[in-house]
Structures are given as C-alpha cells and as structure tokens.
Design a protein around this ligand. Structure first.
Ligand SMILES: C[S@@+](CC[C@H](N)C(=O)[O-])C[C@H]1O[C@@H](n2cnc3c(N)ncnc32)[C@H](O)[C@@H]1O
Length: 287
C-alpha cells in the first residue's frame, strides 16, 4: 500500500489531554489509539511508560521510531484496542482518541475520502470486509439502518436502495449516488464506522477499563461522533453511580468521578478543522 508520507496528523486536544492527565512521571499509560504517536510521545516526554495500540499496520514505522528513542518505556501492540482486556497489570491513564487519522483519510487508496477517487475500502486494519463488500452483503434495510444510526441520514431507505442496486466499487462511484451534498461526508462516515465495527470495539474496550485502572487512575476519551460520544457519556455516568447499585457490573464496583467535558477552542479549530466535533470526556477512579 502506497502511503502519502507528507501527511502529518495534528493531535486534537493534546494540551487538554495532558492537563487532564496531570503529573504522569513514573505513571503507566495506555494509549488506545497510537495514530502518529502524538499523545504517546507527549506522555513519554513527560516521564510516563506507555503501552499503545493501533489496528492499522501502517503506523508501525512511527511506533518503531518511538521505540528506538524510548526503549522499555514504550510498547506497541498492533491490534484493535478491545485487546486491552488481555493486558496484565494496572494503569494510571487510559486514553482513546477515536476515529481515523489524517494519514488514513489523505491516502486515496485506503478509500476513506470522498475528495479523491479510490477503491471503496475503508478498513483501518486491512483485514475483513471492505466497504464495497459490506454493501454487497447487507440487505438494503440493514444498510439504511447504518446510514441512519451512524450518519443521521434522513432519507436513508431511498439512498440505501440506490447504493445497493449500483454496488459502487470506488469512492467517487459512491459519492455520485448521493444527491444531497450535505449527506456525502455523513454517508462515508457511517460506512467507515460499520466496516470497522467502531462502536462494538469501543463498548468492548470500555468494559475492561474499570478493571485495568489503579485507584486515582483516569480514563480520557476524545470522541468525534454523536453515537460514540453517547456511549462514552452513558458508560462514564454508569460508572459514576454509587457502588451497590445492582445495575453496575461487578468489575465496575468502584467510585468514578467525572471530569468536566472539554471541547477545542476556536483557535484550535482554525488550526486543525478535524478538531471541530471533538469532545474530551474523562473519569477518575476514586476508590
Ligand atoms: C485519531 S487517530 C489517533 C491520533 C493520535 N492520538 C496521535 O496523536 O497521533 C486514531 C487512530 O486510532 C486507530 N484506531 C481506531 N480504532 C481503533 C481500534 N478499535 N483499535 C485500535 N486502533 C484503532 C486508527 O487506526 C488511528 O490510527
């Protein structure tokens, strides 16, 4: 796969994440979404040890570079972040910077972008079904549900039937089927979320967070989409209810305190438009 090496991912809400994390000298961090390593590097520079996940094999070179600089302070795991349930030991910070990176969106051959033509792929890991294969396999009702749930598309049924009957194989072929220009980005986003089972991954990973955190440890999540933000918000709220509540799973029998939700400043959005829909939510495991 040919990558555009000129693309640089600007980390979103990096200062806010570092501030929310506090003093991390000698602490243990899980970076669930390594990307270009912006968060990981900031935590390592601040004296933490970091275990980072990314399901995209293309980030390996950046991970190796950081490994060569920081040695045992850093470990990279080339797997989906739901695999964190298998980690041994306890951590002080677990951070998720959800969604895709600039490197992924800016390479036409990966099929994430409607701005350039490429195969309708959209797989972060390169494994599993491409977006074109998923469209071929789904019923139009199921495709409409994906467009509605993850793209908020109003006439999802009509559009799903049009997409099903055309079975587009390229990003431009899909784009040309979408008559309302305002629906283009949401349709691409909805398919990407489905192809990568992004919500399932998030739910599974969050499930293991309470058991992985030390007392005083924090979980910080940057979300970009209303459904993922709702999952994080509801999960944090559930953890923050009093222990003894029968609705709380046993592994979450700990008291969590929510950190104020933060959004990017206008200056950050002007410098990095990708930040515009970002929300940073956090919880502290207080006992
Ligand atoms: C927004 S970027 C992270 C950028 C990173 N914080 C930085 O500063 O460079 C999101 C990254 O998370 C990865 N990713 C998304 N979902 C994932 C999952 N379920 N498991 C592992 N990696 C995932 C993507 O491949 C992408 O590289």
């Amino acid at each position: 796969m040919k990558l555009n090496n000129n693309t640089k991912h600007i980390p979103v809400l990096l200062d806010a994440v570092i501030n929310a994390a506090g003093d991390v000298r000698g602490k243990y961090v899980v970076d669930a979404t390594f990307g270009a390593g912006g968060y990981t590097r900031a935590f390592l520079d601040a004296g933490a040890s970091v275990v980072a996940f990314d399901r995209d094999p293309n980030v390996a070179a950046d991970a190796e570079k950081i490994k060569s600089e920081f040695g045992n302070q850093f470990e990279f795991i080339s797997r989906p972040f739901s695999y964190m349930s298998k980690l041994d030991g306890k951590f002080d910070i677990i951070v998720f910077d959800l969604g895709i990176s600039s490197m992924q969106i800016d390479v036409p051959s990966r099929g994430f972008s409607f701005r350039a033509d490429g195969p309708l792929d959209m797989r972060m890991s390169g494994d599993g079904k491409t977006a074109a294969e998923l469209i071929a396999e789904l019923s139009s009702d199921d495709l409409a549900k994906i467009l509605r749930d993850f793209g908020d598309i109003k006439k999802a049924g009509i559009l799903a039937r049009a997409i099903k009957s055309a079975e587009p194989q390229t990003t431009f072929a899909l784009k040309n089927l979408i008559h309302n220009p305002r629906d283009i980005a949401p349709v691409f986003q909805a398919l990407r979320i489905a192809v990568n089972d992004e919500m399932g991954e998030l739910v599974r990973a969050l499930d293991s967070v309470p058991g992985l955190l030390n007392v005083g440890g924090k979980c910080l999540c940057i979300t970009f989409h209303s459904t993922e933000d709702r999952i994080v918000k509801q999960t944090f709220r559930k953890w923050s209810t009093q222990p003894g509540d029968p609705r709380i799973p046993t592994q979450a029998q700990a008291k969590f305190v929510q950190i104020k939700t933060l959004t990017p400043t206008d200056t950050e959005i002007a410098q990095n438009p990708r930040a515009r829909s970002a929300h940073l939510r956090g919880v502290i495991k207080s006992y």
